[in-house]
Design a protein around this ligand. Structure first.
Ligand code: SIN
Length: 326
């Protein structure tokens, strides 16, 4: 047999893809993050058909980086995950990294990695909406699809593969709490599809320009990351919680504004007070499609097309890199 001289490394972090429920008929009440990554990888290769030949050329290696329900994802795990991605991607015989992750905060982890990794090799995240022992679990199919994308994709990029869809980390959001195809890339649309192990990139999809916020080696310890919160504009929005956050030491505020980033007059007054106390403010929109188009009526910096949770990641990294350059 010919030696396989290229590797794809699969990093496990937990999630429903590693989850177990009491019975194979129970898909909603289960415990996430129960199965190890080697068992998950085995179930993807146990699917009734053989690996496609292009995947057969790769040696698959796995590492358990974390084991958690992604609602509990934290900065310490992010730093560890970014370091493990960097470690593997720096190796000449590693072509790509695949990460299994919970769906709930996947878009935040994917965006974070896209901002700190400098490797020219792809990172492909995947997940599941049904636990691993469910009668029709989607995890094995999703992992197989993620491996196919990882094996055939060249160049930089952080992607999500699930339910036969390929999404870019910049645009993807979880948009449904239970549906199998729970992710969407809004007006930009998905980057491609995968069916029967065949990857099809959409010709009309143009990846966003590469932005790099901070090197992995420069990320401070989790305990030193700044405190950044998201506040939402809504009917009768009050200034009280913003004043309380500033009093308590918040360093950054992301406003999930209404429409094109509009903010209640009373809330805006407290945001000006926050700004005077050197709290960084960014305005995004609570609309789940489109992006805030800046105009002269915006009194705070706008977030472009990033959702509120991704704006928070960008602001965290901005504040940390400003501190390092002083
Ligand atoms: C999680 O995010 O870890 C649990 C939910 C899921 O993966 O669908």
């Amino acid at each position: 047999m010919q030696a396989k001289n290229q590797k794809i490394v699969v990093l496990g972090t937990g999630g429903t893809i590693a989850g177990e429920s009491k019975s194979a008929n129970e898909g909603l009440t289960y415990k996430a993050a129960q199965r190890g990554i080697s068992e998950i990888l085995r179930s993807a290769s146990d699917l009734n058909s053989q690996w496609p030949t292009f995947l057969d050329d790769f040696q698959l290696e796995s590492e358990q980086v974390a084991q958690l329900d992604s609602k509990d994802m934290d900065f310490g795990t992010w730093i560890h995950l970014a370091k493990r991605c960097e470690h593997w991607l720096d190796m000449v015989d590693v072509s790509a990294v695949v990460i299994t992750h919970g769906t709930d905060t996947l878009e935040e982890t994917a965006f974070f990695l896209s901002q700190v990794m400098t490797s020219n090799k792809p990172i492909v995240l995947t997940c599941a909406m049904r636990p691993a022992n469910f009668k029709d679990a989607d995890g094995p199919r999703n992992l197989r699809a993620a491996l196919c994308v990882a094996a055939t994709t060249k160049g930089r990029g952080t992607w999500l593969v699930a339910a036969g869809e390929i999404h870019h980390s910049q645009y993807v959001q979880k948009v449904h709490p239970t549906r199998l195809n729970a992710f969407d890339s809004g007006e930009i649309g998905m980057a491609g599809r995968i069916a029967n192990d065949q990857v099809q990139w959409h010709e009309t999809f143009v990846p966003p320009a590469f932005t790099h916020s901070m090197a992995v080696s420069q990320l401070p310890d989790a305990a030193s990351w700044p405190w950044v919160e998201i506040v939402m504009n809504h009917v009768n929005a009050l200034p009280l919680h913003i004043d309380a956050l500033v009093q308590a030491g918040v360093k950054g505020l992301v406003v999930a504004g209404t429409g094109n980033g509009s903010i209640h007059t009373k809330m805006k007054e407290s945001l000006f007070r926050a700004q005077q106390s050197h709290v960084e403010i960014r305005v995004s929109t609570r609309c789940n499609q489109g992006s805030v188009i800046p105009n002269e009526r915006h009194e705070f910096e706008t977030a472009g097309g990033l959702s509120p949770v991704k704006t928070r990641v960008a602001l965290l990294l901005d504040i940390m890199s400003q501190h390092q350059s002083h």
